[in-house]
Ligand binder design. Structure first.
Ligand code: NAI
Ligand code: MG
Length: 364
């Protein structure tokens, strides 16, 4: 039997720095837990442009298609800002998402107890929080036609179109129900069925798919009310499924309930492959952080948690993922902090590699 394959694309800026820590963690799971992966590495973003004149080489794209999972660091940086739009680093990431057809974007909002004081909300509102937002990623108002800025009479009019087909709603709903089955069996779907026809269809289709998952308790909420409830008492939710636009806003809102950009992982999932697992790209939410790149200041936890999501959703190693998350919880409880997790008077931060080493020590 061949080992599951993992393609690593460190990218630009702090991407390679945080990915070096993930490599240590992967090695640990290989030697200490017998989890063998065929790990390969390739270029994406600015470094790919430097090497090949394109932010994602066709060979890399083919390797991403063939891999059981892809783990990406971050792309972009000031060095590439003046490049033509068609070869900008971000285009490499967009091409991956588009050609792998990754329609289901998973963004957890998870509060590590040691960081509950770090939230802008009261400690008891966020302590122990563990929810997941599933955002439709490949359709909706960011893609719908017609779009553009047009002349109408004597003024300009800006147009975007919210458009969802039944099958687009059904496939992201299915992925959210599947997720709910593995978690708390509770799913809340958010739209604006009160004022949008696409929202009415959304609610109908999610309800229909729900009949295939009688064990999951399904509820519906208008997205504006959902935003209020997320800040009032987020622990009422387990899994939330919503469209591209509302998901963009709600996942950013939910993420910040729990602290720093340096802590936030994500997964983007597509249709099942021959082995039954979805096509998958895992990446931290943050970018290449040029302001701290090359200084050993980056927090590697977002990228390490992205690997934990890969363990859980691509490799069926949920218990090993939980082991990794528990090690991170312990390190944070011990007061180990990178600079992004500290106030100005909170003492001395650890470096990127010291954080990685502390997590390895906690795993041991
Ligand atoms: P950013 O996420 O790179 O940085 C925002 C702020 O958060 C910075 O002050 C940075 O130092 C800090 N930060 C981010 N990640 C951190 C970490 N792991 N540890 C500690 N601090 C961290 O977003 P920004 O500055 O808007 O964009 C910088 C570059 O990254 C741009 O070229 C942008 O296009 C690109 N970008 C790439 C993304 C991706 O690869 N998915 C996502 C967002 C931006
Ligand atoms: Mg956003």
């Amino acid at each position: 039997m061949t080992n599951p394959s993992l393609l690593i694309l460190p990218g630009d800026g702090i991407g390679p720095e945080v990915m070096a820590e993930v490599r240590k963690i992967i090695d640990w799971f290989g030697t200490k837990r017998g989890l063998a992966f065929d790990v390969s590495e390739d270029l994406v973003g600015g470094v790919a442009y430097d090497a090949h004149g394109t932010p994602l080489h066709d060979d890399t794209m083919a390797r991403a298609h063939a891999a059981d999972a892809v783990l990406l660091g971050a792309v972009g940086g000031p060095k590439y800002d003046a490049l033509d739009f068609s070869v900008k680093p971000e285009r490499g990431l967009l091409r991956l998402r588009k050609e792998m057809d990754l329609f289901s974007n998973l963004r957890p909002a998870q509060c590590f107890d040691a960081l509950a004081d770090f939230s802008s909300l009261k400690k008891d509102v966020v302590a122990g929080l563990d929810i997941m937002i599933v955002r439709e990623l490949t359709s909706g108002v960011y893609f719908g036609e017609p779009r553009g800025i047009f002349e109408e009479g004597n003024e300009r009019v800006g147009i975007n179109t919210q458009r969802y087909t039944e099958s687009e709603i059904a496939r992201v709903a299915k992925s959210a129900f599947e997720l709910a089955m593995r978690r708390g069996k509770k799913l809340c779907s958010m739209e604006k069925a009160n004022v949008m026809e696409s929202g009415i269809l959304w609610r109908e289709v999610v309800t229909e798919i729900g009949r295939e998952y009688p064990e999951v308790e399904l509820s519906h909420m208008y997205a504006d009310a959902g935003a209020m409830q997320l800040t009032r008492w987020p622990k009422q939710f387990d899994v939330i499924v919503t469209d591209n636009l509302f998901g963009d806003l709600l996942s950013d809102l939910a993420a910040m309930l729990t602290g720093s950009l340096g802590m936030l992982p994500s997964a983007s999932l597509g249709a099942p492959m021959a082995n039954g697992r979805p096509k998958a790209l895992y990446e931290p939410v943050h970018g290449s952080a040029p302001d701290i790149a090359g200084q050993g200041k980056a927090n590697p936890i977002a990228c390490i948690l992205s690997f934990a999501m890969a363990l859980r959703y691509s490799f069926d190693h949920g218990q090993e993922a939980a082991r990794l998350e528990a090690a991170i919880e312990r390190v944070l409880a011990d007061g180990v902090r990178t600079a992004d997790l500290m106030g100005p008077d909170d003492g001395t931060p650890v470096s990127t590699s010291e954080m990685g080493d502390a997590i390895l020590a906690a795993l041991d």
